[in-house]
Design a protein around this ligand. Structure first.
Ligand code: SF4
Ligand code: SF4
Length: 161
């Protein structure tokens, strides 16, 4: 199955509908960062270039959905990015971000979206915030709020898939 057929089967998104108007990329807050561009990525998929999987550049999409509400063809890039992520894991195994995600939920039983997002960009929360006192916050939060049974349940789901 070609990459574009795989994407369609998983997400229902037909990348061949894209006519490269560029509206998505001009709306995207991540466009230009490390060469990321939703329109360019879709074009590569249309051309059958499968190296977008190994590069994992689609992981830069923040899933804000701004591009999808503006796309004249009704395409949803975040859904395409999610499909690409699924296909990459299936073909090549989990990457750095998927491993971080699994570590986070199997160790803590939950995902803190704010700290996880910072970690994926290589920031530590105290360094990013510039406040030493914030170092204590994740520890207090973890010790005070995590229910052991929830952690065990998440580990069980991760183990059994
Ligand atoms: S806005 Fe839609 S049609 Fe235009 S380039 Fe982006 S995905 Fe393609
Ligand atoms: S959903 Fe992703 S690709 Fe679309 S505008 Fe937001 S960050 Fe950019």
């Amino acid at each position: 199955m070609s990459l574009r057929d795989d994407i369609k089967a998983i997400s229902g998104q037909d990348v061949m509908l894209c006519f490269q108007c560029g509206e998505c990329s001009s709306s995207c807050q991540m466009a230009g960062y490390k060469g990321f561009s939703p329109a360019k990525l879709i074009h590569s998929i249309q051309l059958g270039m499968e190296d977008v999987l190994r590069s994992r550049i689609y992981e830069l999409c923040l899933h804000c959905f701004l591009c999808s509400v503006r796309c004249p063809q009704g395409l949803s890039f975040p859904d395409i990015a999610t499909a690409l992520s699924n296909i990459t894991v299936r073909r090549y195994g989990p990457g750095k971000i998927e491993k971080m995600f699994l570590d986070e939920i199997t160790n803590k039983g939950f995902l803190n979206p704010a700290t996880f997002a910072l970690k994926t960009f290589g920031f530590s929360l105290p360094k990013y915030a510039g406040l030493k006192g914030l170092k204590a916050a994740p520890i207090i939060f973890e010790r005070g709020n995590v229910r052991r049974e929830l952690v065990e349940e998440v580990r069980r789901v991760a183990r059994e898939g």
